[in-house]
Ligand binder design. Structure first.
Ligand code: RP5
Ligand code: MG
Ligand code: MG
Length: 271
């Protein structure tokens, strides 16, 4: 089945001792009855301090779930989500995670992100084989895994703006000056995935969703002089050929596989 996996990992992201209640595969769906289910309650101190990117600690103060709430988009890309009548806490549409509260996430319910998938054809290609794609990936500071250089959509921001902004922050260290082809590169944008992300920060009441967009440089001219420099949550940034198995953050492998299929590129996986 397609149950979330990273959203059930312990210890919880960025903690050493916050352990999720263990949730077996078959008990992930909310419609499987589990009267004794006791998720670990956890919301990170940074979230409880009420920064502008986070909601009130009291979920009962949220009035507009499943709606655009002022500048905050509380709609889910997965359709209408349930809200618990007693606590007014939203329910993760993919099921139980073993942790209640918001963990590291600011919003009750969906937390929206955008992911840039920037690709071109690798220089070296083997005759008679599908062509290998190269992709810009960062190494995340938090987990050390390869990841798309994506990030959270700010309140009131369009996702396409967030995708470009995050790309410039994380893959260009916020210095797009002198980069002539960025605009043209982003004109090639094609949406490839919209929905839930199996992010390790997810909880029963707060979860990541993303729209991933592919910018593809067919000739290689647009990215020839592109200077990559890691910034923000990126420790490193590089062009990586997609001819090998990579340990990728959250659901990013699924997104990249989608792009490989769409472009008819070489597939590094067996099945
Ligand atoms: C993932 O977390 C999304 O796919 C996106 O890449 C990322 C956004 O969070 P930060 O990079 O801002 O931590 O779920
Ligand atoms: Mg960022
Ligand atoms: Mg990021």
């Amino acid at each position: 089945a397609n149950v979330h996996v990273k959203a059930r990992q312990s210890p919880y992201s960025a903690t050493k001792d916050v352990n999720r209640a263990s949730v077996p595969d078959e008990k992930v769906p909310w419609n499987v009855s589990w009267p004794d289910y006791k998720p670990t309650e956890y919301t990170a101190p940074a979230v409880l301090k009420n920064p502008p990117w986070a909601d009130d600690s009291d979920a009962k103060k949220i009035e507009h779930y499943n709606k655009i709430d002022g500048k905050i988009d509380r709609t889910s890309l997965e359709g209408k989500y349930d809200v618990d009548k007693e606590t007014n806490r939203p329910r993760n549409p993919e099921g139980r995670t073993g942790l209640s509260g918001r963990g590291l996430l600011g919003r009750w319910g969906p937390n929206h992100a955008g992911d840039p998938v920037v690709t071109r054809w690798a220089k070296k290609q083997e005759d008679g084989k599908p062509k290998v794609l190269e992709i810009i990936l960062i190494t995340r500071k938090d987990t050390g895994e390869f990841a798309l250089p994506g990030g959270m959509v700010d309140a009131g921001e369009h996702v396409s703006v967030a995708i470009k902004r995050e790309f410039i922050e994380e893959a260009m260290n916020s210095s797009p000056d002198g980069e002539k082809h960025i605009e043209e590169l982003f004109k090639t944008a094609k949406s490839i995935y919209k929905g839930y992300v199996d992010d390790p920060r997810n909880t029963d009441n707060a979860w990541m969703e993303t729209e991933a967009v592919n910018m593809h440089d067919e000739t290689g001219d647009l990215t020839k002089d592109l200077k990559l420099e890691a910034g923000d949550d990126a420790a490193k940034v590089k062009w990586i050929p997609l001819d090998r198995d990579l340990k990728l953050y959250a659901s990013h492998e699924k997104i990249i596989r989608e792009v490989i299929e769409k472009r008819g590129a070489f597939k590094y996986w067996k099945s």
